[in-house]
Design a protein around this ligand. Structure first.
Ligand SMILES: [Zn+2]
Length: 187
């Protein structure tokens, strides 16, 4: 994971705010864990309609908890060969802030590799955090800052029922940061 370079002047304040917010309130119950488990069962069945239903429930629950408008979700069997080069395309999903639409896919485009459940839920949480950046925090853009990745990780570990890890970062040229995985995994 690599952060975005800081933007020029105009959006600098929002970027720094995104960098600063490293925690996320989380529901104090097991709702998201239960829904994540239903996503896993649906993925085992490999029917996108079932996976979508479970993802919709997950996103409705999180949107309600954070008091933001619902976002829509599409689950695709495979990554589109051509993904619109918008700012938020990832390997396994994307988010369109104008339509508030998340797309996630269960297979990569070329090699048809199946997305693992962990990666799939991580992508869903990542894209939802883009939604939060606009709808909850009111940022003019949604950058991949260290804070963004910390918030995403908090939501992900909560949904998986796994202990949150402290993330360690290494500076790279251009004002960017990457996660130091060996150190992070050592804890
Ligand atoms: Zn992203």
């Amino acid at each position: 994971m690599l952060t975005d370079a800081p933007p020029r002047k105009a959006n600098r304040a929002g970027f720094l705010e995104s960098e600063r917010i490293k925690t996320l309130d989380l529901p104090q119950d097991g709702r998201l864990l239960a829904i994540a488990q239903s996503i896993e069962s649906a993925m085992d069945g490999a029917r996108t309609v079932d996976v979508r239903r479970a993802c919709t429930e997950f996103l409705e629950t999180t949107s309600q908890f954070y008091r933001v408008p619902d976002c829509d979700v599409r689950v695709l069997a495979a990554r589109p060969l051509r993904v619109r080069e918008s700012w938020s395309s990832e390997l396994f999903g994307d988010y369109n802030p104008e339509t508030m639409m998340i797309r996630v896919w269960m297979r990569t485009a070329v090699r048809k590799e199946v997305t693992s459940f962990g990666t799939f839920v991580s992508t869903l949480c990542h894209e939802f955090c883009h939604h939060l950046d606009f709808q909850k925090f009111g940022f003019p853009d949604s950058w991949h800052t260290r804070g963004f990745y910390e918030r995403t990780a908090a939501l992900y570990h909560h949904a998986r029922g796994t202990p949150a890890k402290r993330l360690f970062w290494v500076a790279v040229p251009g004002g960017r940061w990457r996660i130091d995985w060996p150190r992070t995994n050592r804890g």
